[in-house]
Design a protein around this ligand. Structure first.
Ligand SMILES: *Cc1c(COP(=O)(O)O)cnc(C)c1O
Length: 388
């Protein structure tokens, strides 16, 4: 113990944006006109048809009590129905669908459910820090799988050292990817499932951005035949329906892993607010509504302004096919922290330096597409004036 804190907390991923955050707060306090591409939190409101359902559900006393920690049967069925329509994959709502208090909650608790102390978890880098946190909470070891542009930001599974591959218990994947915006083809999931079967590894694929696409809809790993024996997949209403604050997500797939996760959860939470679960059913049933689909058009328009503007400014960027991010190579060999600092100091524009997602993120910065078109246009004009 040090200072009353558990030793394992010292192993958690470090928060590296302290200095950028401080500068941003100072710039705002100084009255500067800051344009913030930092936070990956949709700026639009939750659609009215979902709010209306919530407003009615909150007045029903039946929704005021503890709900089941696995999620209401009606919501699990609604997600299975959605999954059938979207992916043509059949899920058993009882054994293969678990409701979460947001995908992050399940991601953080999965390690406790399936890892013993000293087990090995394979963690992609650059990546969402919570995969490592969950393994650290279970006193497991993290083995990094580097993602690189020369392999389209997919891990090279054949490069995992044999001794690690043979002993690893869990492999995290995240496609469409945060921060790189890469989409995995079905063939990659085929390969990952084969490796998992051969070496008895559980795959946990984070599909939080699967419904925010600009080209072909990204696949589910559960489309791969036999994947339901070795893989679970995390889904979320947060990004798809502008519901980040509502805290509703899902884990689906391999029943044993979901049962273990449900056991952990039943000792921690007592279920999502039933009114939110009713609103979640309404959201899923309304997935094809114009105001939900329209969200993709909003991000696409911002993406196109940003890509064109940065290209005109001399940056080399490719338009992402999914997610709410643009992962942009730093121009002129500038380091990502230096670039982010310069954009903030000289253009009042906030981006996230790639190095904050791990060393293999160096050389890139992440723009979140959560800034309205006019302000995005203003930002690229300011960036162009800096010259590179
Ligand atoms: C936003 C995000 C999540 C968390 O989603 P919630 O359902 O809001 O907890 C999970 N994974 C990634 C990669 C994310 O960016």
């Amino acid at each position: 113990m040090n200072d009353g804190r558990a030793e394992r907390l010292t192993k958690l991923p470090k928060y590296l944006f302290v200095e950028i955050d401080r500068k941003k707060d100072q710039a705002i306090a100084d009255g500067r006109d800051v344009i913030d591409f930092g936070v990956g939190d949709p700026d639009g409101p939750t659609p009215d048809f979902i709010i209306d359902r919530m407003a009615a559900a909150i007045r029903d006393p039946a929704n005021h009590q503890y709900s089941s920690s696995r999620g209401m049967p009606e919501l699990r069925k609604a997600f299975a129905d959605f999954f059938q329509r979207r992916y043509a994959v059949t899920l058993d709502p009882d054994a293969q669908v678990l409701v979460l208090l947001g995908a992050k909650e399940g991601i953080a608790h999965l390690g406790t459910a399936v890892l013993d102390p000293g087990d090995i978890a394979l963690i992609p880098q650059p990546g969402y820090p919570v995969y490592a946190s969950g393994a650290i909470f279970a006193d497991a070891h993290c083995h990094t799988m580097p993602l690189r542009p020369d392999n389209d930001w997919l891990p090279k599974l054949e490069e995992i050292p044999p001794a690690i591959r043979q002993t690893a218990s869990l492999m995290w994947l995240n496609y469409p990817n945060n921060p790189t915006a890469a989409v995995a083809p079905r063939s990659f999931f085929d390969q990952a499932v084969a490796v998992a079967k051969e070496h008895d590894i559980l795959i946990a694929q984070d599909a939080a951005y699967n419904e925010l696409f600009f080209d072909d809809p990204p696949p589910s790993i559960l489309e791969v035949s036999g994947a339901g024996d070795v893989a679970i997949e995390f889904h979320s209403l947060s990004k798809t329906f502008n519901m980040t604050g509502w805290r509703i997500g899902f884990a689906v797939g391999q029943p044993q892993a979901l049962a273990a996760l449900a056991d952990v959860k039943s000792n921690i939470d007592s279920g999502a607010f039933a009114a939110v679960q009713h609103a979640g059913i309404t959201a899923l049933d309304g997935f094809e509504r114009a105001e939900v689909r329209g969200q993709r058009g909003i991000y696409r328009a911002r993406r196109d302004i940003l890509v064109e503007g940065l290209r005109n400014a001399g940056w080399s960027v490719d338009p992402p096919a999914a997610t709410i991010y643009l992962w942009a190579e730093c121009p002129a060999g500038v380091g990502s922290m230096d670039l982010a600092t310069r954009l903030l100091d000289e253009a009042d524009v906030v981006v996230i330096p790639g190095s904050g997602f791990g060393p293999t993120g160096e050389g890139y910065v992440r723009f979140a597409l959560t800034v309205p078109e006019e302000r995005t246009r203003e930002a690229v004009e300011r960036i162009a004036k800096l010259g590179w």
